[in-house]
Design a protein around this ligand. Structure first.
Ligand SMILES: Cc1cc2nc3c(=O)[nH]c(=O)nc-3n(C[C@H](O)[C@H](O)[C@H](O)COP(=O)(O)OP(=O)(O)OC[C@H]3O[C@@H](n4cnc5c(N)ncnc54)[C@H](O)[C@@H]3O)c2cc1C
Length: 484
């Protein structure tokens, strides 16, 4: 089947009744719920982009099995040019959401493309698991499905023994094997996009440690979101049903985050990719390079985000008339630097990409993983810069109702600046406020701090692949230099 339209995607969501809870109420239809409908529509608009005749070449490629046009984020990159095309496709989606929907479907598509190519790795667990992976990848590619994922077990204890989140009774684990499949029980965080996804993928990150060779916590599988016993618990929606003028971002890009409960859920055998094998689980990242591919998607999204924040900052200084003030120039310079660094890393990662053992063109892992570590601290700083540039202007944000109401005259007279009409200023600063002050904006900061795991885990992940030997050798060579 060729790429889906937005309408087909929304119909798919409606046809699959899933258990989604929000504010104590079960959501029967996520496509019409006031707190979720806009987010669903935005994802639908991404699907429409794939079908737009003028974007066909950029957004899709010919399916290797059917010849139908399928989403380009599913491609298994074999050449550097494939990586570049994939970036260009993902950039279209990222710019369409101003970089504010981190878990757009391409995030998981690139992961499963990497895993399908390295399916023999999963076959080491059981031969069937390799075939399962290949078939599943084809299934999601040919049906253009949206996946959410949840990697992290809820932590019951924050003491040293709780470090790896494997507490019995809380962490997701396999309860038993049956003829039909495995039964899993427990809870996971944090399924961003949960209410808007067709399927949920469950696996554990490379850094997960298990103390035994075989563990009920070592899992990798994917199932439909409508599977019986699967329950998504949403946080409050940040889409308050306000207008596009009042909340330009919250009213469009609510991607929602959920805790997921697995109440003795049956995972059919053909959806199991890894079971119990601790060594295989811990080796997945290094062996399959999936993390480098998901980092490639993340870096594209972050470039779109950098560009957007920079654009807002430039317009703010223009409207306030302080673009020439030295400290303003210094803040803007910082934003430009982050943007350039992100661009440099992604281009470097593509330029130094090499085929891995599966014949997949892999972005340079150090370069591409660095973008994740960089953005954890860079994005909070970018938002801090908006605070510093905006100050009280971020609070001088009358609503559309105010602009149309009895105090409109005062607003028009007093809120104008030398460079901007009152209306334009308010429109811009409502956007800046949504980006930097609102619940939605703060969640974006939290997302960038943690979406790719906590800072310590990320530092360790980078250290694990960084070529430390070269740096050490050069210093030792220097120390041993025998010059006069
Ligand atoms: C907005 C948002 C969206 C997300 N989306 C997804 C998603 O779509 N899919 C997904 O799988 N995950 C998602 N995540 C979850 C993300 O993977 C986790 O938040 C991240 O891995 C950190 O885990 P944690 O939240 O349990 O934090 P914690 O592990 O509790 O870390 C919090 C802090 O405590 C420290 N710490 C942790 N354990 C200990 C301990 N035992 N002793 C002392 N200090 C400790 C950490 O170093 C860190 O500084 C998302 C997170 C956020 C915030």
């Amino acid at each position: 089947m060729p790429v889906r339209t937005g309408r087909q995607y929304l119909e798919g969501l409606r046809s699959q009744e899933r258990e989604v809870w929000l504010s104590g109420v079960r959501v029967r239809d996520v496509t019409t719920h006031p707190g979720l409908a806009s987010g669903a529509r935005t994802i639908a608009s991404l699907y429409d982009m794939q079908c737009a005749p003028d974007l066909r070449e950029i957004m899709t490629y010919a399916s290797p099995t059917t010849g139908d046009r399928v989403g380009l984020s599913f491609i298994i990159p074999r050449t550097q040019s494939d990586l570049v095309h994939r970036r260009e496709m993902m950039m279209r989606w990222a710019r369409a959401t101003c970089g504010m929907m981190g878990r757009s479907p391409d995030f998981m598509n690139v992961t499963f493309a990497a895993w399908a190519a390295s399916a023999d790795y999963f076959a080491r667990g059981r031969a069937q698991f390799g075939d399962n992976m290949r078939q599943y990848y084809e299934h999601i590619r040919e049906n253009d499905l949206v996946l959410t994922h949840s990697l992290i077990n809820l932590q019951r204890s924050r003491n040293a023994s709780g470090l790896y989140n494997l507490e019995q009774g809380t962490a997701l684990h396999c309860v038993r094997e049956t003829d039909a499949g495995i039964i899993v029980r427990g809870a996971r965080v944090l399924a961003t996009l949960g209410p808007f996804a067709d399927e949920i993928a469950v696996y554990s990150p490379r850094v997960a440690l298990h103390s035994e060779g075989h563990s009920p916590f070592a899992l990798n599988f994917a199932i439909p979101c409508s599977t019986r016993g699967l329950r998504f618990l949403c946080r409050d929606s940040f889409d308050q049903g306000r207008s596009r003028f009042d909340y330009p971002l919250s009213s469009r890009f609510e991607e929602m985050d959920c805790v997921v409960f697995f109440d003795d859920v049956l995972v059919p055998w053909d959806r199991v990719f890894l079971l119990g094998d601790v060594e295989l689980l811990n080796g997945t990242g290094v062996a399959t390079n999936f993390s480098a591919h998901s980092a490639h998607q993340g870096a594209v999204k972050n470039i779109a985000k950098c560009e957007f924040v920079l654009g807002v900052a430039l317009l703010m200084t223009e409207a306030l008339g302080n673009a020439h003030v030295p400290h303003t120039e210094s803040y803007i310079g910082e934003l430009m630097l982050t943007s350039s660094l992100m661009n440099a890393c992604i281009r470097g990662a593509e330029a130094d990409a090499k085929p891995d053992r599966w014949g997949v063109m892999c972005p340079d892992p150090v370069m591409i993983e660095s973008t994740r570590n960089l953005f954890m601290t860079a994005y909070p700083r970018m938002i801090e810069i908006l605070h510093l540039l905006g100050s009280s202007s971020l609070m001088i944000t009358p609503s559309k109702a105010d602009l149309d109401g009895p105090v409109a005259e005062d607003i028009v007279q007093y809120l104008a600046t030398d460079k901007s009409t009152a209306r334009d200023r308010v429109r811009l600063f409502r956007l800046a406020s949504d980006l930097a002050i609102s619940s939605f904006g703060n969640r974006q900061v939290l997302y960038e701090r943690f979406y790719a795991s906590d800072p310590l885990s990320r530092a360790r992940a980078l250290a694990a692949i960084y070529p430390k030997g070269d740096a050490v050798r050069r210093v030792l060579d220097f120390l041993n230099r025998d010059d006069p």
